[in-house]
Each structure stands twice: as structure tokens, then as C-alpha cells.
Design a protein. Structure first.
Length: 275
């Protein structure tokens, strides 16, 4: 898929950990509780800070390649958070169950990163259920970063500096028909069903792929009439019935002319005219 150029820089494709996903708190962006997205890096000084770019201290951890799944027998290579927060690297963990893709699973949190899925999947879309982190066994992408392979109806989500490589359900941003707790977000050049982490409203600052409310995109503030941060949430719209709630925006094609895949020809985005 080829989207309109220059719009999608939020968090470098980073996903924000939901507050209740694994028993670890997340404040919606940069650690100061305002959800303003500072964690994707200060555009004035070029530095990268916060949950999405945590300096790594991995002494004693066995790092691995999620594409090669190069851990020893009885282990698998999974995404984890080196500080117990957002995912930022990969490590080998024991295979502690035999859950198959699509099965319900129990997650040990981003620090431990263990689950009861089998060797070919990882516990994902995790939510708090009666105090327990429960998700769905989700298969790892196969192939390689240049040619990822996933099953029908899914695509390879590569996020958080490549630590996340999972086959995620594809979706239509205009329908927003993902399961409870998920939204149809644009990530890694695909629309995927991804857990919501912030529910930030339209025109408010954002910093990650999934911290806007479902139906909104975290995009560069330069294409919006009034954005108080580097990036803000804006709405998807239907080109065949263009309506944009924020004054000064209009429904513009999401994809470059002639590049929209089948079923996505009507997808637009509410941005400044000519942006």
C-alpha cells in the first residue's frame, strides 16, 4: 500500500502499551501523564527519549532475532520491555504452553514476556480480565523484513524498532469493525486491528500509532489547522461522502492517485486543503 506522502511519522511506527494490558502502568506517551507524545523524540534537538526509545540495559538477557527464531530448543524469541514498560527489544523465553494461534492465552507482562502459547506464536491483544493479563495467541511473521509472510486476512506488523513482528488481522478504517478493545490503525503500511492505548480525541496531540481513539490517525501537525504538538489525531473520512468535523480541514485521498488497494478506494483523511 502507498499512502499520501509525508503524513505518517508518529512514533516511528511505535505502539504504546495499554494501561491494563499486563499489569504495568502507561501514561499515554511521554511519562508526564499528559499524553502529548513527547516520547517520540523532541523535534527541536533530534533526541529520542521516552517509552518508545528506552536506552537499553540488557546485561544478562539473551537477545535474539525474531525473524530467525534463533533461540535454543524449548525457547522462542519474543518482544519485551527491557525496563518493564513499552516493548523495545527481543529476548529468548521458555515455551511454557501449547496454545495455538487464535487460542486464549495468559501473558506474563512485558518484562518477563512469557505466555502459554506454543513455539510459533506470542500472546497479543492483551487486556486485564479479573486481574489477569489475557490475550490471544498470535503467530510470528515468517520470511524476512524485506519479504514478510503471513496468512490470509492478516499482515505482518513490524513495530517498536523491529521488536514486534506479528501477523495481525487487517481491517477497514472506515468500518472500524475490529474486536472489543481494538481499533483499526495504520501501522507499517497496512491497516491492522491493534489494541487501543490512549483514546486521544480529534485535534489533540498524540505520539504513537495506537494512542488516538479508533477512527482517528496520529499524523504530523503540519497538515492540520491547529495542533499544539508535533503530531495530532485527525479523522478518517469517506471520499464519496466527504465530511470533516474540524473546521479548516477537508476530506483528502489517503492513498496517492492510482495506488489505493481494492476496498480502500474510498478512504480519505481530514487535513488542510492541498496538504
Amino acid at each position: 500500500m502507498t499512502a499520501t506522502l509525508g503524513l505518517f511519522a508518529c512514533g516511528g511506527g511505535g505502539l504504546l502499551l495499554p494501561d491494563d494490558s499486563a499489569g504495568e502502568a502507561s501514561d499515554g506517551g511521554d511519562g508526564d501523564g499528559d499524553g502529548d507524545g513527547d516520547s517520540i523524540g523532541d523535534p527541536d534537538d533530534g533526541t529520542e527519549t521516552g517509552a518508545n526509545f528506552v536506552p537499553l540495559d540488557l546485561v544478562g538477557e539473551e537477545q535474539c532475532d525474531p525473524w530467525a527464531q534463533d533461540c535454543q530448543e524449548g525457547e522462542k524469541c519474543v518482544p519485551y520491555g527491557s525496563t518493564g514498560g513499552n516493548w523495545d527489544n527481543n529476548k529468548c523465553v521458555p515455551v511454557e504452553g501449547d496454545g495455538q494461534p487464535g487460542d486464549t492465552c495468559v501473558y506474563g507482562g512485558t518484562a518477563a514476556a512469557t505466555d502459554d502459547c506454543g513455539a510459533d506464536s506470542h500472546c497479543w491483544d492483551v487486556m486485564d480480565v479479573d486481574g489477569q493479563a489475557v490475550g490471544v495467541c498470535t503467530p510470528f511473521c515468517s520470511g524476512n523484513p524485506d519479504s514478510p509472510i503471513c496468512g490470509p486476512g492478516t499482515s505482518c506488523l513490524v513495530a517498536n524498532e523491529g521488536s514486534i513482528t506479528l501477523c495481525i488481522e487487517t481491517c477497514d478504517p472506515l468500518l472500524q469493525a475490529c474486536s472489543e478493545g481494538l481499533g483499526c490503525f495504520w501501522a507499517n503500511n497496512e491497516f491492522n486491528c491493534i489494541f487501543t492505548a490512549g483514546d486521544i480525541p480529534e485535534a489533540e496531540p498524540c505520539g504513537f500509532v495506537n494512542d488516538c481513539a479508533p477512527g482517528l490517525l496520529c499524523t504530523t501537525g503540519e497538515v492540520l489547522p491547529s495542533c499544539t504538538g508535533s503530531n495530532c489525531c485527525t479523522a478518517y473520512c469517506e471520499l464519496s461522502s466527504p465530511e470533516c468535523p474540524v473546521e479548516g480541514t477537508e476530506c483528502s485521498p489517503f492513498f496517492e492517485e492510482g495506488t489505493a488497494p481494492p476496498t480502500y478506494e474510498d478512504v480519505g483523511l481530514c487535513i488542510l486543503p492541498g496538504a
